[in-house]
Design a protein around this ligand. Structure first.
Ligand code: V47
Ligand code: SF4
Length: 390
């Protein structure tokens, strides 16, 4: 941040003294308080939080913008739970629109990528009463045999709490078994909103906030890093968002095991909360920025491009976001069924690189744990090939 931008913010009498006080903390590299966070949500304009968030983003990462080459496996959309925002799950007895992949079908998906330089498989789905811990441990071990170098990022605490409970094992025992069979890290899903009143309203029967946090803490203790999400823009208020990030910031202070924070915008198509409007793009960008400012101990803020679309993703790179997830391919349904911007989410590496360059940023292909795979300012953009093939 040039001193002229910081001093113009700090000396701008049109900005309230309280907001200038927050800006001064950010430019000094200090942590902001919960009260500051709520004030930003309630009072700060998009341009103001954008300047602060971009300052932090560029201090941490310069112009680097990360993506990876990944593919998703969604084992099933049959689910024992009934989250009101979910457009994707079906009950076991409900045949219409449900799917359930066998182990062989999932291994066929992995085989499809045999000669392709993907670095990560992301496995998350509904909670099927018949797909238990042994089934998933077996699946992971077979994927590892087929592609030993592929990073397996799999299962949220929602899936884990259920499979560990059914298998009568502790969180530590269950996580260790999955790790021994190839689990490399955990995705961020299932967090929703930690506030117990809101959680009861929107997803009362699945793992509690406490269990979500405990499973991540246990995973970090076993050397399994993870991501964290927040589902926002429904019935929660700004205080609930700050409370959510406060619980994450405290756990991160303790373990340091989170890689990335991913705000997830509530989409309202075909679910039990379809009566609610969706947040505006301005609110989405403010939310990315405030997350970047508040979560000083998280290295990365990710915008999940299929959900918000390519244009908002490019804008988000100026609001604290430094990671845009990956090539993904066309297997993900959790957002397409909820009305995401991208109906067939798949971008080639060349398209992702162009998207980042067009936004004036520096594209870096990363591994799951943010090791640099390719610096696309040092090599030529790969030529256009079908999704996943380049
Ligand atoms: O927990 C479900 C969300 C999450 C809707 O870690 C919805 O790299 C919006 O966590 N509108 C699962 N969101 C997906 C997830 C994720 C995605 C991409 C990358 C990573 C990562 C993690 O999807 C659920 C829930 O919060 N979700 N329904 C909806 N209607
Ligand atoms: Fe099941 Fe996940 Fe949908 Fe909730 S969000 S109903 S846990 S698939």
């Amino acid at each position: 941040m040039s001193t002229s931008i910081s001093s113009s913010v700090l000396n701008d009498s049109k900005i309230s003294p309280a907001l200038r006080g927050i800006a001064s903390k950010v430019f000094d590299g200090q942590r902001i308080s919960n009260e500051d966070g709520i004030r930003l949500y309630e009072e700060a304009e998009i341009g103001f939080v954008g300047i602060l968030a971009n300052h932090i983003r560029e201090k941490k990462h310069g112009n680097f913008t990360y993506f990876n080459r990944n593919f998703h496996i969604e084992p099933t959309n049959i689910c024992v739970f009934d989250c009101k925002f979910c457009s994707y799950s079906r009950l076991l007895k409900q045949k219409d629109g449900s799917w359930e992949l066998s182990e062989a079908q999932m291994l066929d998906i992995v085989k499809k990528y045999k000669d392709q330089p993907v670095t990560e498989v992301h496995i998350v789905g509904g909670v099927h009463p018949k797909m238990g811990l042994d089934f998933f441990a077996g699946l992971l071990s077979k994927i590892r045999v087929m592609r030993p170098e592929l990073h397996i990022k799999a299962f949220t605490p929602v899936e884990m709490e259920y499979m560990f409970r059914k298998a009568k094992v502790s969180f530590t025992e269950g996580l260790l078994l999955l790790k021994e069979n190839g689990l490399g890290s955990m995705p961020g899903g299932g967090a929703e909103i930690f506030d117990e009143t809101i959680r009861t309203e929107i997803c009362e029967d699945k793992c509690t906030s406490e269990e979500w946090l405990q499973i991540h803490e246990t995973a970090h203790g076993l050397g399994i890093p993870s991501n964290a999400t927040m589902l926002y823009g429904h019935i929660e208020n700004f205080g609930h968002r700050i409370d959510h990030m406060d619980r994450l910031r405290k756990l991160q202070d303790k373990t340091g095991g989170f890689n990335t924070f991913i705000p997830l915008k509530f989409r309202n198509k075909d679910n039990q909360m379809s009566n609610l409007p969706e947040s505006s793009v301005v609110e989405d960008l403010r939310n990315y920025a405030i997350a970047r400012i508040y979560l000083d101990n998280f290295a990365h803020i990710k915008a999940y491009w299929p959900m918000i679309g390519r244009t908002t993703t490019q804008l988000a790179l100026n609001f604290g976001v430094d990671d845009i997830d990956g090539t993904i391919d066309d297997t993900t349904k959790i957002y397409t069924m909820a009305g995401s911007e991208e109906q067939n989410p798949s971008l080639t590496t060349a398209q992702l690189v162009d998207l980042i360059k067009q936004a004036g940023r520096h594209p870096i292909e990363r591994g799951t744990l943010y090791n640099v795979v390719t610096d696309y300012m040092l090599v030529e953009t790969p030529s256009e090939l079908p999704a996943g093939k380049n």
